[in-house]
Design a protein around this ligand. Structure first.
Ligand code: GUN
Length: 305
């Protein structure tokens, strides 16, 4: 029992949603389909990841994306460009990757250095290879309910919600955060699942009251433990996208956007940090790369979740 629960005599009720375990299972299914794809086409799906600069966190992400692609039997092309790369050179690389038949997925790691125009780069990526789902065409497909490529983190969150809840139809959902990478596509995905969706952001009034009404809370603000456990509606399902490094009692810890200890006394299920959404983001990228490869080869894409 947590301290908060003990003080109010509330038991821990939440099941832990095991993103790491779900991602491992999905990875096995992807690896099988990589073999099937190569049986059909004589080649394996290829993922190109572009990193500009030396941001340490981005370097770690890019390396782990390449490692996972190789582990699942895909080809990984890693392009590391210097911090002072020009817009023209970056756009020229994207053009080359668009034209390269061995590349099925292109991901340009964000954020880019300040002198570069991210939106112009995203718009230059062939939408059929946009495994990040960030191109306006893919964002538009999602909003229109048409098949496209969906941003990896929200896709991973939806997989976990479906695995935990089954049918989401009719549930009240709140997405806290409105970024193009997570909040906006998450809201569209939940709407497509027939949820009633509220999108909250930094100007939202009375966030506490709105969170307290939600059956599903997706927190994606990047503000450590901003969403208090006592705000959570008893029986709600909580997906925590945040990962912040904090120092407590001299020890560095990773915490999410939700006060995990408090929320576990009220929620029916919750993702941990780490081990919840994080592993799903990278596996969704592998999923999207496989999907893009099948579609580009004119083959029916397998249903993997
Ligand atoms: N930086 C942090 N997360 C992401 C992501 O999902 N895609 C890209 N391109 N950059 C990121």
């Amino acid at each position: 029992m947590t301290l908060a629960a003990a003080a109010e005599d509330r038991p821990v009720t939440a099941a832990i949603i095991d993103g790491k375990g779900y991602a491992a299972g999905l990875g096995e299914r992807i690896a099988e389909q990589v073999s099937a794809f190569s049986g059909h086409t004589g080649r394996v799906p290829g993922l190109a990841v572009v990193l500009v600069g030396t941001d340490p966190a981005s370097e770690v992400y890019v390396r782990s994306k390449g490692r996972m692609a190789r582990k699942l039997g895909m080809e990984s092309f890693e392009h590391v460009l210097s911090e002072d790369t020009s817009q023209e050179d970056l756009m020229a690389l994207v053009d080359r990757l668009n034209a390269d038949e061995t590349v099925d997925g292109i991901l340009v790691q964000l954020p880019l250095p300040r002198h570069l125009d991210s939106l112009a780069v995203i718009k230059a990526i062939d939408p059929a290879k946009d495994v990040d789902g960030l191109h306006p065409l893919n964002a538009g497909y999602l909003a229109s309910g048409l098949p496209g490529l969906v941003s990896c983190t929200p896709l991973g969150c939806l997989m976990l919600l479906r695995s935990s809840l089954g049918d989401l139809s009719g549930l009240d959902a709140i997405v806290v955060g409105r970024s193009i990478l997570v909040g906006k596509p998450m809201a569209q995905l939940l709407l497509a699942e027939n949820c009633t969706v509220t999108v909250a952001h930094s100007r939202t009034r009375d966030l506490e009251r709105r969170v307290a009404q939600a059956d599903i809370v997706v927190a994606a603000v990047g503000s450590p433990e901003m969403i208090r456990g006592e705000w959570i509606k008893p029986g709600a399902t909580v997906i925590d996208v945040g990962t912040s490094r904090v120092i407590r009692d001299g020890v560095t810890r990773l915490v999410g956007d939700v006060d995990f200890a408090g929320a576990t006394t009220r929620a029916r299920a919750i993702t941990p940090v780490p081990g919840g959404v994080g592993p799903m983001t990278i596996m969704s990228l592998m999923h999207n790369t496989l999907l893009a490869a099948f579609r580009r080869a004119g083959l029916a894409a397998p249903e993997l979740w």
